[in-house]
Every structure is written in structure tokens, then in C-alpha cells.
Ligand binder design. Structure first.
Ligand code: GLA
Length: 384
């Protein structure tokens, strides 16, 4: 968990300067997958795995980035920032700095230390946590303040334009704007959101399939292209449809045969997922946990069968949870093709649920999974 004192000591020892320290959480998405870039709805929760960033000014015009996780340091010249990413961990914090420079801010020299415990490649948005922690640290050094939604946009731009991953806004948004004990029903069209409180008797059990996930990977990008292909077909008939957010199941019935079979299936997932996400928020707000669980099960089926973004291991993790005592709902969370499942579980059963699911998965798949009982945490903030 977040060790403020440890980050401060390592920054002091390495850079001989007192750091200002910021934290930005990872996230788990309860429902609403691959809907954000279609200007639809998502319902993520910030979790208590996070990145810490410590920053202090330098007078030599250098930008020194240090990652405690990688045990590695990279130095750049503040006056001559790279134009391109280099497929290195430093692309994520550097991308934020470069994007701030592209937004017209003069960037001074500084030292930045990063440490995080968001499991990497597990679909819990470790990249967004690094970006948002860096953005808060650097904007504070510049004595400027970006409101949460704009901070999220800045970080998404860094990832889209500098890192080269075509992600939507969900991960950066929830990391910047999460609210303790709540999920956010986020409208990715105008970034307005409604809080959906997580009842105290519901635990978030995150089960890592240990199959690595990446947004920078080809499958994420090709799914997004298929979603856009389907949207373009509908827009030929209904020009007011700019994103699948504006489309209906009826549109697919009418014009689906003009799409490739894959584009049709991907679009069916996105259009129905938007409906499910709004319904799931209402169910959570009205404490209808049975309906919430039903919607999560339907969402997993759609993600696995229509969007084809699951994998054998994630399908097994969801199936193996079904008859365990206390389960409310289970589905694969995040960008897909591996990573974690989210299980909403009655709190009194959470510990035995986690143990039983881990044992079943190990027997069935032959891999010991990591299972975490997480808390819905607040969004990014300054710690000191
Ligand atoms: C990744 C992306 C998000 C979103 C999800 C899928 O986490 O970064 O923008 O598209 O996948 O819902």
C-alpha cells in the first residue's frame, strides 16, 4: 500500500531535495467496456492500488525521471524534449511532460520519482495512474491547476499522441476524479458523471488471470477500428450518428448486413453495453444487487461472444465464480484479452470467496492467481 515515507526517503537520498508527493489510483471497471471511445457510458471505481510521484525543482535544466519499480533513471533536456516515444517505461511520464509543453507551458528542470503498486499488464490501469500522478506533480511545480476532467484529457492525449496507444478517457478520468466508496457513471460524451455508492456490505474482489493485457497491443486497436467501421455504415444512412453512442439495435437490424460480420458483432456489444451500463448504475443506486449481477453476467457474455475480447482463462475465472457463496456478479474488466475479473461479493463472504476462487482457478488452469479485496478509493491528490 502507499508508503509516503518510503517515497520521500528515496527521493531525498537520490536527489538531495524535499519532494512534493502526489498519489493517483488505478481502477477497476464495473461495467461499460469499449464504450468510452464511442462516447458512451462506463462505470469505473478508483481502487487502493496507486502510483506515487515525488517532485522537486532542479537548476540545471534537466528532467530526471526515476522509477523505483524498474530501478531505472532517464535524463532529458527540458529545452529539447523528445518528439517520439521510445518503447520505454519513461514514455508515460515523459508523454505527460511533452503534452504540457505542446499545450504551451514552459517546462523547467525537475526530478521526479515514481513508485507504484498497481499490478502491471493486468487491466487495472497502471499506465493511467503513472500519467495522472505525473500530471499532478508537474502542474503543481508549474503552479497551474487543471480541473480533474481536463487533467484526464491531458493524460489521454499523452497516451494517444505520444505513447501511441488509442485508449479512451475512462482510465485517466477515474484516476483523476474517483470518489471514495463510489463508482462513477461517466458519460464519455460530455464527461458529466453521477456517483453510484457502493454499499458497505459489497466487496470488490479483483481476480487476476495472470494473462497479460496491454492497450498498446494490436487487438485493442483492431476492435476499435471495427467499432468505427460499424459506425461509419450507420452514419451513411443517419448522418447524425457520429459515434455508436447515437446508434440503436434497430440501426443494426436495418443496416447490419452492410457491415463485415465482425463489425456487426462489435457494434452489437457496444450498443447493448451502453444500455446495460446505464441500467447497472440505476440498479446500484437503488440497491437492486440481483439486477446488477444479472447485467454484469450479460455484459461478460457480450464481451466474450460478440466483442471476442475475453480469453479462455478469463472465461474460466468468471465461470468458476458462479456458484460460490456471496457472488453478486462477475465479469472480465478493462481492455480485454487477459487481465482481471471484477467480482462483486457480499462482504461477509469475501475472504472465503477469494480463497475458493483462487483454489479452483489454480486447479483448473494450472496458474496461481492473485486475488485482491479492494476498497473504492478517492481520486488523485497531493499527499504532502
Ligand atoms: C482500456 C482503455 C480504456 C477503455 C477500456 C475498455 O482500459 O484504456 O479507455 O477503452 O480499455 O473499456
Amino acid at each position: 500500500m502507499h508508503d509516503f515515507g518510503a517515497l520521500r526517503s528515496l527521493h531525498l537520498a537520490r536527489f538531495q531535495a524535499e519532494p512534493a508527493i502526489f498519489v493517483a489510483p488505478g481502477r477497476v471497471n464495473l461495467i461499460g467496456e469499449h464504450t468510452d471511445y464511442a462516447e458512451g457510458f462506463v462505470m469505473p471505481v478508483a481502487i487502493d492500488f496507486a502510483t506515487l510521484a515525488g517532485i522537486s525543482p532542479r537548476s540545471d535544466g534537466k528532467i530526471v525521471l526515476y522509477s523505483e519499480n524498474y530501478g531505472d533513471e532517464k535524463t532529458f533536456d527540458a529545452e529539447a524534449l523528445p518528439e517520439k516515444a521510445s518503447k520505454h517505461w519513461s514514455d508515460y511520464p515523459l508523454g505527460v511532460v511533452v503534452t504540457l509543453a505542446r499545450e504551451g507551458h514552459a517546462i523547467p528542470g525537475f526530478s521526479l520519482s515514481l513508485w507504484g503498486d498497481v499490478p502491471l499488464g493486468s487491466g487495472l490501469s497502471s499506465s493511467a495512474a503513472v500519467e495522472v500522478a505525473t500530471a499532478l506533480a508537474v502542474t503543481s511545480l508549474l503552479e497551474i491547476s487543471y480541473p480533474g476532467p481536463l487533467l484526464a484529457r491531458l493524460c489521454q492525449r499523452a497516451e494517444n499522441e505520444f505513447v501511441g496507444a488509442s485508449c479512451g478517457i475512462m482510465d485517466q478520468f477515474i484516476s483523476a476524479n474517483g470518489a471514495e466508496d463510489n463508482a462513477l457513471l461517466l458519460d464519455c460524451r460530455d464527461l458529466s458523471y453521477t456517483l453510484a455508492p457502493i454499499p458497505p456490505e459489497v466487496a470488490l474482489v479483483i481476480a487476476n488471470t495472470m494473462v497479460s493485457h496491454s492497450v498498446a497491443g494490436g487487438e485493442y486497436t483492431s476492435r476499435r477500428a471495427e467499432v468505427e467501421e460499424a459506425c461509419a455504415v450507420i452514419a451513411r444512412h443517419r448522418p447524425e450518428v457520429r459515434f455508436l453512442r447515437d446508434a440503436t439495435v434497430r440501426d443494426l437490424e436495418q443496416w447490419g448486413q452492410e457491415m463485415s460480420p465482425n463489425a456487426l458483432k462489435r457494434a452489437r456489444h457496444v450498443i447493448t453495453e451502453n444500455l446495460r451500463t446505464v441500467a447497472a448504475a440505476a440498479a446500484l443506486i437503488h440497491h437492486d444487487l440481483k439486477e446488477l449481477g444479472r447485467l454484469m453476467a450479460e455484459a461478460h457474455r457480450s464481451y466474450s461472444q460478440d466483442f471476442e475480447a475475453s480469453c479462455l482463462e478469463a472465461d474460466a475465472m468468471v465461470a468458476l465464480a458462479q456458484d460460490l457463496p456471496g457472488l453478486i456478479g462477475a465479469r472480465l474488466t478493462g481492455g480485454g484479452f487477459g487481465g482481471c475479473t471484477i467480482n462483486l461479493v457480499e462482504r461477509e463472504h469475501a475472504a472465503e470467496f477469494a480463497e475458493a476462487l483462487g483454489a479452483r482457478y489454480a486447479t483448473e488452469i494450472g496458474i496461481v492467481p492473485q486475488i485482491h479485496i479492494c476498497h473504492a478509493s478517492g481520486g488523485a491528490r497531493r499527499l504532502a
